[in-house]
Design a protein around this ligand. Structure first.
Ligand SMILES: [Mn+2]
Length: 246
């Protein structure tokens, strides 16, 4: 039991339930701790539904990731299809992921669908799954950026990727062009399989990328902004090939 409330942000879990449980033990999480997940609980790892259930049981906060959002949309289309034999689900999803989607309870889907795109921790720090566009106040940030942003143009605005792993011409990692004033903790992009990425694009404005690719055989990372402490567990195995999907 810790005397002081800790704020702990956990990177993309992507179905890695065993590693999540090990991380929670390593952190010795107690009732006083404030746990926030950086999104993308679903897909890639062995037990995405178990991860959603665990995070809900913990009563933890979570921002929505693009994989979580996709499952919410898929479930809505499937509900329509069940109600209307002529309705065709316009989305594509692998059979394995469809099975996971079907294993989510309605309340799990509702919970995933109600996740915020951004969580403000305090006066300095915010958590978002993917990224933020420079020069826009928080209230004007776009959902697409918060769910999917990787690269930005010279003005710090969204640059779409053309193919897997492509950095668009003239592009840069969004965190290198973020102008603040908030400091940001984010997931989504695996910059390294071991070490979180730290940028300080403006003095006193920090960006911490804490997706260290556990599902790809890297590590699951927890980051404590107050102390800049990093707590990690190694993946038990490589569950998926490292790939940029969107
Ligand atoms: Mn993502």
């Amino acid at each position: 039991v810790h005397a002081v409330t800790r704020t702990i942000v956990v990177g993309d879990v992507h179905g890695c339930l065993e590693e999540l449980d090990e991380l929670l033990r390593a952190l010795q999480c107690g009732e006083d701790d404030r746990l926030i997940f950086a999104g993308d609980l679903m897909d890639r790892g062995p037990d995405p539904v178990g991860v959603v259930r665990r995070v809900r049981e913990l009563g933890a906060a979570c921002v929505q990731g693009n994989h979580d959002e996709k499952h919410v949309r898929w479930a809505r289309h499937e509900a329509k299809r069940r109600a209307d034999a002529k309705y065709k689900n316009p989305m594509r999803m692998s059979p394995e992921r469809q099975k996971d989607n079907a294993a989510l309870r309605d309340e799990d889907v509702a919970w995933l669908g109600a996740l915020p795109k951004m969580i403000k921790l305090d006066e300095k720090w915010i958590v978002v799954h993917a990224g933020l566009e420079a020069g826009l106040p928080l209230a004007r940030q776009k959902e697409a950026a918060m769910l999917r942003l990787r690269y930005v143009d010279a003005r710090g605005r969204f640059l779409a990727i053309k193919g897997p792993g492509d950095m668009p011409e003239g592009g840069a990692i969004w965190a290198t062009r973020w102008t603040g004033p908030e400091s940001v903790i984010y997931g989504h992009a695996v910059h390294d399989l071991a070490t979180p990425r730290h940028d300080e694009p403006t003095a006193g404005v920090e960006c911490w990328g804490i997706d260290t690719g556990c599902c790809f055989g890297g590590r699951l990372t927890a980051f404590l902004p107050a102390t800049k402490e990093i707590v990690q567990v190694a993946a038990k195995q490589k569950y998926a090939e490292l790939a940029v999907e969107e």
